[in-house]
Design a protein around this ligand. Structure first.
Ligand code: ZN
Length: 476
């Protein structure tokens, strides 16, 4: 009995111990679960393959004012709140200012943005605020935000660029040289130009970081008058790597050493930006005979177009690609093997796109920015896998592959010709080449100009990183 009761006691103490450990274990387990939740919420980086999640648009019109606003939303509370606060305050200030003005007139507030990102997870946003409160022109304010979407952190100028006189001197020298080269007739001719490129930080605060280069933006009145608009220059990473901080330096292979692309013919877009513009695009090439004939004809007519080339054709036709690029045409990506991308898995999609970019970059020295998915077939997944390329569709399909008739293709071009249109055809058919050259001759007489996508981008008639485009329009 006694023995039993001891046993019982020992047994029950043991049971108690086991129970106690269990309780501790339970608490530890709960803590562990909480810790895992905490880590997954705050520490493990989220998948940020979508660089820009969405944008917010505000349109408000009445007899006193027009408000049109578009700003990006990055799904990061800190930077989103910051931009939203600025936008809200700007709207309130504008409305207050309008109250003080002549109520028989109408006033404008526009906020828009451009952005770029690169494969170092660096996202650049350039926000432009235009305000019209009467007077000869708009007031304009430019703001820049940088964001690393891998570590979810806002960055500042000196997180990316080395903040010293050497950097500023270099930026000033390169800017002046490039501005003179590209915009000679649109710059101030006096001391104002020197002030605008003086090596001070304020002159170089609007810099967007792309994959292969940086874009330095000069707003109106900095280096040229209001009428010259936004002037911008691109500088390749290889020309500036030593004044970029370690985290954001890029290793770009210089594969263009043997291809002389320095003599590329680049038109001054200001010469024709007020004409009626059409963008002709040619898919599936290049093809030796027909592309050569087309290039000859385009050169005679000073027409620039865009070629969406197949990766598989780049190496065999590299002389044609290089020629087209040097003659000022835009080279875009039409995938490697012309498969329907939506039927492929992620890895296949990435290689269809990247292998083509790689082949093209080897020849022309820059990575294409534009892609035309075969059959116009794509979806959100394909966009996310494309590493920030701009998807270019079309608004007019000439159906040249079907009709193979000079007259049918010619008629289709003539009857659909209108400012802002992107036309689709293929430089694989002699009939297409004959039709398009004849149409260019006739439409030129009506005042049309034929422009490449890069030219439209330089005129800001198309914007990159905003999903797909199938037409273009004037901004201001
Ligand atoms: Zn195609």
């Amino acid at each position: 009995m006694y023995y039993n009761s001891i046993l019982h006691r020992v047994g029950s103490d043991r049971m108690k111990d086991v129970f106690m450990i269990g309780k501790k274990g339970l608490i530890l387990l709960s803590l562990l679960v909480l810790l895992i939740i905490f880590i997954s919420l705050f520490i493990i980086p989220k998948d940020k393959s979508i660089k820009i999640i969405t944008d917010k648009n505000v349109i408000e019109n009445n007899e006193n004012y027009n408000i049109k606003i578009s700003y990006p939303i990055l799904n990061d509370k800190t930077i989103d709140d910051k931009i939203k606060k600025l936008v809200d305050e700007t709207i309130n200030d504008f409305k207050e200012e309008v109250k003080e003005l002549d109520s028989s007139k109408s006033y404008d507030l526009n906020i828009e943005y451009e952005s770029s990102d690169n494969n170092l997870n660096l996202y650049s946003i350039h926000l432009i605020i235009y305000k019209y409160l009467g007077g000869a022109h708009y007031n304009r304010e430019d703001l820049v935000y940088y964001y690393n979407y891998k570590i979810n952190k806002e960055l500042f100028w000196n997180d990316i660029l080395i903040d010293d006189n050497k950097t500023l001197d270099r930026l000033a020298a390169i800017s002046k040289e490039k501005l003179m080269l590209e915009y000679k007739d649109y710059l101030y001719s006096d001391e104002s130009l020197n002030n605008g490129v003086k090596p001070i930080k304020d002159n170089f605060k609007i810099i967007l970081f792309n994959n292969d280069n940086i874009k330095v933006v000069f707003p109106p009145f900095q280096v040229g008058p209001w009428s010259s608009g936004n002037l911008k220059i691109n500088v390749k990473y290889k020309d500036l790597n030593d004044w970029i901080t370690k985290n954001y330096q890029k290793t770009v292979e210089d594969t263009t050493a043997n291809n002389d692309i320095s003599s590329r013919s680049v038109r001054n877009v200001f010469d024709f930006q007020n004409e009626k513009l059409i963008a002709l695009t040619f898919d599936d090439g290049p093809a030796r005979k027909t592309t050569t004939k087309l290039l000859n004809g385009l050169k005679e007519r000073d027409a620039k177009v865009t070629f969406f080339v197949l990766g598989s054709r780049v190496n065999p036709m590299k002389d044609l690609i290089l020629r087209a690029y040097k003659e000022g045409h835009t080279i875009g990506n039409h995938t490697y093997n012309h498969k329907n991308l939506t039927n492929l898995n992620d890895k296949e999609v990435i290689s269809e796109i990247n292998d083509t970019n790689y082949e093209i970059e080897k020849i022309i020295g820059v990575k294409p920015k534009y892609i035309r998915p075969p059959y116009g077939s794509y979806n959100e997944r394909i966009i996310n896998l494309s590493d920030g390329m701009t998807f270019v569709l079309w608004i007019v399909d000439t159906l040249d592959w079907q009709s193979r008739s000079v007259n049918a293709v010619y008629n289709k071009i003539i009857e659909s010709a209108k400012e802002g249109k992107i036309l689709l055809m293929h430089d694989l058919y002699e009939t297409t080449v004959d039709a398009v050259l004849r149409a260019i001759d006739d439409l030129s007489k009506e005042g049309y100009k034929f422009v490449s996508l890069e030219e439209l981008e330089r005129m800001e008639f198309i914007t990159l990183s905003k999903g797909y485009i199938s037409s273009f329009k004037r901004n201001h």
